[in-house]
Design a protein. Structure first.
Length: 254
């Protein structure tokens, strides 16, 4: 496991890969010659557009994603820019768009790098000078809407808890649930994380979330079944009562 990898990085990269791999060609934990360093993951957008907000972010070309559970600092930002240029040189492509995903707001970095809110995106999106194609997403600032749910699941603290609550309310066939369930299964089967207690705890948390959702789904199904059964029974009882009343009325008339 790469140095400084946290459970939050692992979950973000796993869900990100599952969510975007049907639409993009993704390379993970790939070393590039910057001392050397590895990119969390980079992608080249394919023919199909990713769903939801990802379709707005990853429209075309090559993109780099770097995940930070805590607010990144100026040194982190410079390292990400170095990776961006190194990947451009190796792939012989246009400068990739860099997306730094931060669990908390890095106020000092925003000031130092002169990042400003993106006018054509939701709250929480920042960009630097257009020349560098470098962007920051502060997950704790994103609006609490379904469109941002997967990004908010890459957050921490209260933002993460609220995102998990929002996830629990979605229908079973939703794209977000599919991504999280597959991520939990994928992480559980990864032997390289077996000895990492923090990762095990994170996987268990999401497994509990999935189990709670499945139990609620079963309970709702049973309640609906009982209600339908009672409704049918009442309808049959009413029909039988009406039929008996009509027969009795005819007998009295005769």
């Amino acid at each position: 496991m790469p140095e400084n990898t946290t459970p939050y990085d692992i979950f973000a990269k796993t869900t990100g890969y599952i969510a975007l791999s049907p639409y993009c060609h993704i390379r993970q934990e790939e070393e590039i010659v910057v001392n050397p360093r590895s990119i969390d993951f980079w992608l080249r957008v394919g023919a199909l557009s990713p769903p939801g907000i990802f379709g707005q972010i990853f429209r075309h070309g090559v993109h780099i994603l770097e995940f930070y559970h805590r607010p990144p600092n100026g040194q982190h930002w410079m390292e990400c820019l170095q990776k961006q240029v190194a990947l451009q040189t190796r792939e012989r492509c246009r400068l990739p768009r860099l997306w730094v995903i931060a669990g908390g707001k890095p106020n000092r970095l925003i000031t130092q790098a002169e990042l400003r809110p993106m006018e054509d995106h939701l709250r929480g999106f920042y960009m630097g000078a257009p020349l560098y194609h470098a962007h920051l997403i502060v997950t704790s600032e994103l609006p609490r809407i379904r469109e941002t749910l997967l990004l908010r699941l890459w957050s921490a603290g209260k933002t993460l808890k609220l995102a998990q609550q929002d996830l629990a309310r979605l229908p079973s066939d939703s794209w977000e649930w599919k991504v999280v369930r597959e991520a939990a299964i994928a992480l559980q089967s990864e032997k390289r994380y077996a000895e990492n207690e923090e990762v095990r705890d994170m996987i268990q948390d999401y497994q509990k979330l999935v189990q709670n959702w499945e139990q609620e789904k079963i309970a709702i199904g049973e309640a609906i079944g009982e209600a339908r059964g009672e409704a049918r029974g009442e309808a049959r009882g009413e029909a039988r009562g009406e039929a008996r009343g009509e027969v009795k009325g005819l007998q009295e008339a005769l």
